[in-house]
Design a protein around this ligand. Structure first.
Ligand code: AAL
Length: 431
């Protein structure tokens, strides 16, 4: 009896499955027929994703980006650059360098920016020659450096105020060089996080350093060093075992979200990616996110709250360089747009960086740097520069939304073949 009943149920099940399969095949055939007689893709690019079969590329511009048109994508922008006034570089002889700026903040009507300041009797010898460095000869452009700051009324003309954080005496962490700082404003106090080198960059083979922090009641200081590592390197064998670079704090969900870069693997196959460490208190403890690395590309992390999520300027290194990326959950980043000529070490003015906003407004300018400004490795030095863009919900600047940057032929010709490439490519094929 039971066998008979099972057989009946199985027969019903097979009949149901069969009819579902038949219907879906029939449905597909109906759609296929419909598509074939719906004509080609429309002449005017639809604002919304059209109900028709789409190629992967067409699908992508409706699903991956805020708008199928870059000029209507709030997270697409071009970037424009302006020389800053107020900084002396001694004709870029390599003995003075300013680079790796912090985010800019506005305090009592003045803009403030902090940055790596190196002033040495001679230019750096270069990381590969780090063994030749000593107490006066720098290995890299950011070796034997201190953290300086400058103020401005308009973001274009600056007045250097002098040193904010000097190198501490040995054996305190950072006694060799303190560099690549960023600012956090938290409960009325100011915190500067920075790379704290105890050995010349390159001496151990890599650009090895942890992150330390100093704090003050005013952006003008005095800055009190915490004199401890606040973002430690990863354990042996972990991606961030050697370096915690570019500390970049924001405030989200009542916590400090500090993004950072690490260089991992061995030169010349170095990989650079971005991680996230979160804390309830500016002095830590910071907990590294279990999904680290959270951004697969980029250098000198720069991010800003945007709507409910966070956006990132991802440039220079990695498979997804030259992109603006977005993470609604502040952890899982997607590409929001592809762009070019992105600012090096971009450090934007982010009005809502520390307000724990639930609707980030975005950015329109900041400070960045140009490295090796004389294109001469024997006189290596860098300089600060202003960048402007339109990655803001409160700005509509069509000039920043053009699809392409027109370069002069000289820019292309500057990227010439090496002698080796030219020789290889001019040899006649053997056959
Ligand atoms: C920069 C940053 C960090 C590195 C070096 C100085 O672009 O990534 O600060 O250590 O280069």
């Amino acid at each position: 009896m039971i066998i008979h009943r099972n057989f009946k149920y199985r027969a019903i099940a097979f009949a149901l499955i069969g009819s579902v399969l038949f219907n879906s095949c029939a449905q597909k055939q109906v759609e296929k027929n419909a598509r074939q007689d719906e004509g080609g893709f429309p002449f005017h690019l639809p604002e919304e994703k059209p109900k028709r079969a789409l190629s992967a590329a067409m699908e992508r511009i409706y699903t991956d980006y805020a708008s199928p048109r870059p000029e209507q994508n709030e997270l697409f922008s071009q970037f424009k650059y302006t020389e800053l006034e107020g900084f002396d570089y001694k004709d870029h002889d390599g003995t003075i360098s300013r680079r790796d700026p912090s985010k800019t903040i506005l305090y009592k009507g003045k803009y403030y920016v902090w940055y790596t300041h190196r002033e040495t009797p001679v230019p750096p010898v270069g990381i590969p020659n780090a063994s030749k460095s000593n107490d006066t000869i720098p290995s890299s452009d950011w070796d034997l450096a201190d953290i300086y700051y400058a103020t401005s009324e308009d973001g274009f003309i600056w007045e250097e105020q002098g040193v904010a954080i000097p190198r501490p005496p040995a054996p305190n962490v950072g006694h060799r060089s303190v560099t690549t700082t960023d600012i956090l404003v938290w409960k009325g106090k100011y915190y500067l996080y920075y790379q704290a080198f105890s050995v010349a960059s390159g001496k151990n083979g890599g650009d090895d350093c942890p992150v330390a922090v100093s704090y003050a009641d005013s952006p003008d200081g005095p800055w009190i060093p915490y004199n401890q590592v606040v973002i430690p390197n990863g354990a042996e064998g972990e991606w961030d075992q050697n370096s915690i670079h570019d500390p970049y704090p924001l405030v989200h969900n009542g916590k400090i979200y500090l993004y950072y870069k690490s260089d991992f693997g061995e030169r010349p196959d170095l990989v650079r990616m971005q991680g996230l460490a979160i804390a309830d208190d500016p002095l830590g403890p910071f907990t590294k996110h279990p999904l680290n690395p959270v951004i697969t590309s980029g250098h000198e992390t720069s991010l800003f709250p945007f709507k409910e999520g966070v956006a990132a300027l991802v440039y220079k290194d990695g498979p997804e360089h030259n992109t603006v990326q977005y993470a609604e959950d502040w952890v899982n980043f997607e590409i929001a747009s592809i762009t070019e000529l992105m600012p090096y070490a971009a450090a934007p003015y982010v009005p809502d960086a520390f307000t724990d906003t639930k609707n980030g407004r975005g950015i329109s300018w900041g400070i960045a740097h140009f490295i090796n400004v004389t294109d001469n490795w024997n006189k290596f030095s860098s300089k600060l520069v202003r960048f402007d863009c339109d990655l803001s919900q409160d700005l509509h600047d069509p000039e920043m939304k053009k699809h392409r940057v027109v370069h002069s032929p000289e820019v292309y010709l500057q990227q010439g073949l090496s002698k080796k490439q030219r020789k290889l490519r001019s040899e006649k094929p053997l056959k």
